[in-house]
Design a binder for this molecule. Sequence first.
Ligand SMILES: Cc1cc2nc3c(=O)[nH]c(=O)nc-3n(C[C@H](O)[C@H](O)[C@H](O)COP(=O)(O)O)c2cc1C
Length: 405
Amino acid sequence: MLAALRSRKSAPQGDRLNFTRSMAADLARAYNIEDLRRLARRRLPRMVFDYYDGGAEDELSLQGNRAAFERLRFAPKVLRDVSRVSTGCEILGAAANLPLVIAPTGGAGFSWPGGDVALARAANAFGIPCTLSTATTATVEHIAEQAGGRLWFQLYVLYDRDYTAKLVARAAAAGCEALVITADLATGGKRERDFRNHFEVPFRLGLTHILQACTKLHWSWNVVTRGVPAFENLRGLVPPGKASADAIASSVGRDIDASLSFEDVARLRDTWKGKLIVKGVARADDAERLIRTGVDGLWLSNHGGRQLDGAAAPIDLLPSVAAAVGGRVPIVLDSGVWRGSDAVKACALGAQAVAIGSATLFGVAAAGEPGARRALAILTDELVRTMQLCGAASIGEITSDLIAS
Ligand SMILES: Cc1cc2nc3c(=O)[nH]c(=O)nc-3n(C[C@H](O)[C@H](O)[C@H](O)COP(=O)(O)O)c2cc1C
C-alpha cells in the first residue's frame, strides 16, 4: 500500500516526460477530490472537462448524489481500540485491500494518453478491482496486458448483437473476472453541456474547440503527438444511423440497444462463466428479479447523475434494497462517492463496496496514473480516519448503528 502512495516515482515509463514537476507539486497539494477536480479543469479544454464533470438536464441527480451523502451523519462509537485499522475486505468473493472499485468511465484517454491503463494500474497498486468500460480508449486486451490485477468488464449491449457477443468473448479471453451489464442507458441522457460544447465522439474539432485547445498546451501537445483518442473496443462497429435530421446531436447511447431485457441478462448468465453483475439497479423489485435470474452482484447507480435526471441518489435507496436483498448477493454502490467517509456510510447501510467514477477520472485528467493514485490515496486516508473516528477497527465493524437516525 505504501508503495502505491508514492506517486511520481511510480509513473509508468512512457509517462515520465508527460508528468511534469509542477504536476507533482500540484498533486502533493491536492488534499481532496475537489482539489483534483480543479486541477483537471485547469488542464483540460472545456469540452472534455464538461464531458467528465457534467450531468443530465438540470443536473439535479448529479448534485443530489453529493447532497444525499452529506445529509447522513455518524453516531460514532468511542473508547474502542482503533490503534490498528484494517481496511481489508471481500469484494465479489475475492480479497481486496479496500471496499472500493473503480467504476467504468468511457473516454478516460480523452484527458490523458493511456488514461484507461493509468486507472487500471492504480487500482492494481491499491489492491482493488477496476471495471473497464466498453468505451475505453484502449482495447480490453491492451489494458489487461499493461495493468493486470482484478479486472471487470462493463458491457453496453449494442444494437449489433454479434459485435456484443464478440466483446464478451474478448473480455473473457483477456481474463476479466466479472461482466458488468449496464442497464440504465436505454438511451443517452440529455447532457446539455455536451450539446453546447458540440462534444461528439469521435471528436469533430471546430474552430471553438481549436481555440479552447490553444490555451491548454499540455493537453494539445498530447493530442498532436499521440493522436486523437477513439473507442478502441468499438472499432469497426457501424452506427445504426437512426438519428433523424432534427434530433439533438449526441453520440451518447447511439450504439446501444434499448430493447435490453431481463431475458437478455438470463442469456448472458448462461454464456458468461465468471461473475455477473447488473449496474444501474435502483429498486428492490428489479433486484429480486435479477437475483432469480442468477446474477452474482447488484450495482446500485444512477450513472453519476448522467442519465435520468431526477433519479434518486443510490445511497438513499440502499437501505430498502439491502433489506430486500438480505445478503443473498453483494451490493456495490456508486454515484457521488467523493470522500472516504462516503464509503463508510455506504458500507454501514449495506453495501459491500463503493465504486468511484469521477474521483479517479479527475485524478487521471490532472496528472495521469500518479493522479489516479493520488485520488485513491486521498480516499484511503479519509476512509481510515473515518473508521478510527467512528470506532471501527475493521470493515466488519462498520455497522448500521454508526449512522445517526
Ligand atoms: C466521464 C464518465 C464516463 C462514464 N462512462 C461510463 C461507461 O462507459 N459505462 C458505464 O456503465 N458507466 C459510465 N459512467 C458512470 C460511472 O460508471 C459511474 O456510474 C458514475 O461515474 C458514478 O458516479 P460518480 O462519478 O459520482 O462517482 C461514466 C461516468 C463518467 C463521469
